[in-house]
Design a protein around this ligand. Structure first.
Ligand SMILES: NC(=O)C1=CN([C@@H]2O[C@H](COP(=O)(O)OP(=O)(O)OC[C@H]3O[C@@H](n4cnc5c(N)ncnc54)[C@H](OP(=O)(O)O)[C@@H]3O)[C@@H](O)[C@H]2O)C=CC1
Ligand SMILES: CC(=O)C(=O)O
Ligand SMILES: [Mg+2]
Length: 496
């Protein structure tokens, strides 16, 4: 840590950590586990975003498996080249929507690598069981195509049949090589592929889309925890999203599902408490014809509104959620409007990395005169406002996916069910202590993350057994203890 702290530039710390991961994996994980709050922003958002942007020029060794269009027909063979044979979790991207930074092509590899480092450090999945994969179908990023250090194939993205055939070959090869119980986590695909891939493979593979489902679970947990501070039931609140893509509609759907379970009202009814704004304005029924399929359930009756501010004033949400990938969109006027009709406005600025955050923690607290309950996708330091210190929470799917994946692995689950996402969310919300609430926090601190992940894993595994989707029999009596006992720990074995 002393060595690392000598680097002032975050990207240099990132490179030093990646070198350490290569040189002494056990020490890397020991550092990451023991200093999680300090190192998470380095191996993960925001620094991993910059690392992906510059991946070609900081490249040292391939850290994961690249599968390109040139490997068509040979993907099974390529998988067999990976030195580890017992793989339990794969994180795969095609690099088209890396955080809120857009298409970074093959340089998106930093994301599967970073996510899997968290699978091990935060969730205790063995590093040797984790496989980062980047599918290289080209990039539409002109700058990268011209960049002499770009590491991927230099062509425009393959689409349509060519794309889906490559992905299908990959999905079949994974199942053939590693069996039915390997978890495939889709990460940072553009939404025109993400929803389709999830829908296509969820019935035949153990798949999970972190941006749609993991994000939904973590935000629902934050909202449920926030209710302790603002009062009311979930169904008594009104939600407005800026951004109606993977994250936005994924979260909206899980909130509507939980509301429906709580009130016994049909989900078509509970969806009416939730409104979304996309790049064209409020999603309303008069736009139905031109909407992508995942937006249609959110097209409610209302006059068209162009701006977020107009939508905030008209809908009067109690909870505002940013999932647009565009920074600085929660302006002073927007936050002040939220604070004008809410005693404690709940504001999530989920977009990553920090440059894309809808607003900063400082802005949320100052513009709401210290009344906002705020959480963001990338971390912000505590803020002093009117002599009081406010600690923002980090609403990031990193709270969920490591424990969620561990729960699937230890139960031998063969499919992911929405109720497992609710189970993960419930376990996370249950870990927020009175002490956390006193500080205005709606998420527990990351320093306890391995305990939190064990609780999440146990709740997810329990749901898998209840749904008949678990294959590891008999069911362990104490699932929390069992989860803990399965977690990788970076200690040296004593041979005496
Ligand atoms: N904190 C966390 O754990 C997570 C954070 N995220 C972050 O969320 C962001 C979005 O990700 P994702 O949902 O996958 O992306 P998508 O591309 O699927 O969705 C983006 C949405 O934002 C809308 N949008 C874009 N620009 C504007 C604008 N100027 N005004 C209003 N709406 C706009 C788009 O509108 P249109 O449909 O009209 O194009 C689209 O509906 C990213 O920054 C990502 O990093 C994602 C997952 C997890
Ligand atoms: C956190 C995450 O998954 C994202 O920003 O895409
Ligand atoms: Mg993501």
């Amino acid at each position: 840590m002393h060595n690392l702290r000598q680097y002032q530039v975050p990207l240099q710390r990132y490179m030093a950590l990646m070198d350490l991961q290569e040189r002494n994996q056990r020490l890397f994980y020991k550092l990451l586990i023991d200093n999680v709050e300090e190192l998470l922003p380095v191996v993960y958002t925001p620094t991993v975003g910059e690392a992906c942007q510059k991946y070609g020029s900081i490249f040292r060794r391939p850290q994961g498996l690249y599968i390109s269009l040139k490997e068509k027909g040979k993907i099974l063979e390529v998988l067999k080249n990976w030195p580890e044979k017992k793989i339990q979790v794969i994180v795969v991207t095609d690099g088209e929507r890396i955080l809120g930074l857009g298409d970074l092509g093959c340089q998106g590899m930093g994301i599967p690598v970073g996510k899997l480092a968290l699978y091990t450090a935060l969730g205790g999945v063995r590093p040797s069981s984790c496989l980062p994969v980047t599918i290289d179908v080209g990039t539409n990023n002109e700058e990268l195509l011209k960049d002499e250090f770009y590491i991927g194939i230099r062509q425009k993205r393959a689409t349509g049949q060519e794309y889906s055939e490559l992905l299908h070959e990959f999905m079949c090869a994974v199942k053939q090589n590693y069996g039915e119980k390997v978890l495939i986590q889709f990460e940072d695909f553009a939404n025109h592929n993400a929803f389709e891939l999830l829908a296509k493979y969820r019935a035949s593979h153990l798949v999970f889309n972190d941006d749609i489902q993991g994000t939904a679970s973590v935000v629902l947990a934050g909202v449920v925890a926030a209710l302790k501070l603002v009062g009311g039931t979930l169904a008594e609140h009104t939600f407005l999203f800026l951004g109606a893509g993977e994250a936005g509609t994924g979260i909206a759907e899980l909130i509507a599902l939980e509301m429906s379970k709580q009130t016994k009202a049909p989900i078509e009814e509970t969806r009416k408490k939730i409104w979304l704004v996309d790049s064209k304005g409020l999603i309303v029924s008069s736009r139905m014809e031109s909407l992508q399929h995942f937006k249609k359930p959110w097209a409610h009756e209302h006059e068209p509104l162009k701006t977020l501010l107009d939508a905030v004033k008209a809908i009067k949400p109690t909870v505002l959620i940013g999932s647009s990938g565009v920074g600085k969109t929660f302006t002073k006027e927007v936050v002040e409007a939220m604070a004008s009709f809410n005693e404690r406005p709940v504001i999530f600025a989920l977009s990553n990395p920090t440059s894309q955050s809808e607003c900063t923690a400082e802005q949320a607290y100052t513009w709401s005169k210290g009344r906002a309950i705020f959480a963001s996708g990338s971390p912000f330091d505590p803020v002093e406002c009117n002599g009081k210190v406010f600690v923002p929470g980090q609403a990031n799917n990193a709270y969920i996916f490591p424990g969620f994946g561990l729960g699937l692995v230890i139960s031998g689950a063969i499919r992911v069910h929405d109720d497992m996402l609710l189970a993960a969310s419930e376990a996370l919300a249950g870990q927020v202590t009175e002490d956390n609430f006193d500080k205005g926090l709606i998420y527990p601190p990351f320093c306890n993350i391995r305990k939190i992940s064990a609780e999440i894993a146990a709740n997810v595994a329990s749901k898998a057994y209840e749904l008949g989707l678990a294959t590891r029999l008999p069911r362990p009596a104490n699932l929390v203890k069992y989860a803990e006992s399965c977690m990788y720990s970076p200690v040296y074995r004593n041979y005496r």
